[in-house]
Write a protein that binds this ligand. Structure first.
Ligand code: SF4
Ligand code: SF4
Length: 316
């Protein structure tokens, strides 16, 4: 059984919304998808484990079968990482030793204008479709005779998807605090299935992305809330390559994010979103750069309630 005392507490969305004056994004499609996740996906997190255990020739062949299944189910990326105590939210316990991390990209064409109704709905759409991938992948693993747990992308999970995805080789942490995948860029969401099924693990990568971020400041320039920093911060801890992390000021970001359709400006403006391969894959005509609706930022907040662990920059 793994548990963690030094890692962050789980994100408390309700408290955060309260601290910014309450949830102000009212989009019917978003509410409908949230209800769909709750009513039709949550009850399918558990299932029967087959009594006959399927054995594979090697850890590699087992990992290959699981990844192939994830891709068949609609994953755009999948990787496997060992779970360490720092990957578990404070106060939570996890008995499984491995995470199968799964990503699904969000469509570039829905981020042609940010923040917008379309970009907000796209975030939720992928939470739902990626939720289906992890639920059905968990069913597959149970059919092989191995117990497992669904860690849905929408939140309230026991594990932190981001450090697990970095260990599983998904990419590098960008200045904007999101993972940048060398091919997908930063516009994707993460979920996981955790298990003790014996599987080969993947390795972190160095594709030169973090080094590029040290020169590029596109997200920093376009962030309407001035939440993305100029420099890396030694007090923010290290990324998987040993670099000091960039410390996004969530006290500035979140009030804007909560009032303006989950903002997301820093993702489509990211230089890694503009490569030829990052454009729309389904043949839809798209722009190279989004239209940005930068509204005046609300005052930063310092919620007195349960803070998320993300480092918080002190302001005057
Ligand atoms: S979501 Fe918006 S406010 Fe938050 S860091 Fe990104 S650009 Fe800035
Ligand atoms: S916009 Fe530039 S600095 Fe920001 S995360 Fe992307 S590559 Fe890094």
């Amino acid at each position: 059984m793994f548990s963690a005392e030094k890692s962050p507490p789980a994100f408390n969305w309700d408290e955060w919304y309260r601290s910014t004056g309450g949830r102000q994004i009212q989009i019917d499609e978003v509410d409908a998808i949230l209800a769909e996740i709750k009513e039709h996906q949550y009850p399918r997190f558990t299932g029967e484990v087959a009594s006959k255990v399927t054995r594979f020739d090697s850890l590699e062949s087992a990992a290959k079968a699981v990844k192939q299944k994830a891709f068949e189910l609609g994953a755009d990326e999948v990787g496997i990482a060992a779970i360490e105590s720092s990957d578990i939210y404070q106060g939570r316990e996890v008995k499984e030793s491995l995470a199968i991390v799964v990503a699904q990209r969000m469509l570039w064409r829905e981020f042609q204008e940010v923040p917008s109704h379309d970009s907000a709905v796209e975030c939720l759409r992928v939470y739902f479709t990626l939720g289906e991938v992890v639920i059905q992948l968990a069913d597959y693993i149970r059919s092989l005779g191995y117990p497992c747990t669904v860690e849905h992308p929408i939140g309230d999970s026991d594990v932190l998807h981001v450090p697990l995805a970095l260990k599983a080789g998904f990419g590098e942490l960008g200045r904007h605090g999101s993972i940048i995948h060398p091919k997908m860029g930063p516009l994707f969401r993460l979920g996981s299935v955790i298990t003790d099924m014996p599987l080969a693990t993947d390795s972190p990568i160095d594709a030169g992305i973090a080094a590029f971020c040290d020169k590029c400041k596109a997200c920093r320039i376009y962030c309407p809330a001035d939440a993305i920093p100029d420099e890396r911060s030694p007090e923010a801890g290290k990324d998987h390559l040993g670099n000091d992390r960039y410390m996004v000021d969530t006290g500035k970001c979140f009030p804007y994010f909560a009032k303006h359709n989950y903002c997301s400006i820093c993702l489509p403006v990211c230089v890694y979103q503009h490569k030829a391969w990052a454009k729309d894959f389904e043949g839809h005509a798209t722009k190279l750069f989004p239209e940005i609706d930068m509204q005046t930022p609300p005052a930063p907040v310092d919620p007195k309630v349960d803070k998320h662990w993300y480092p918080h920059i002190k302001r005057d």
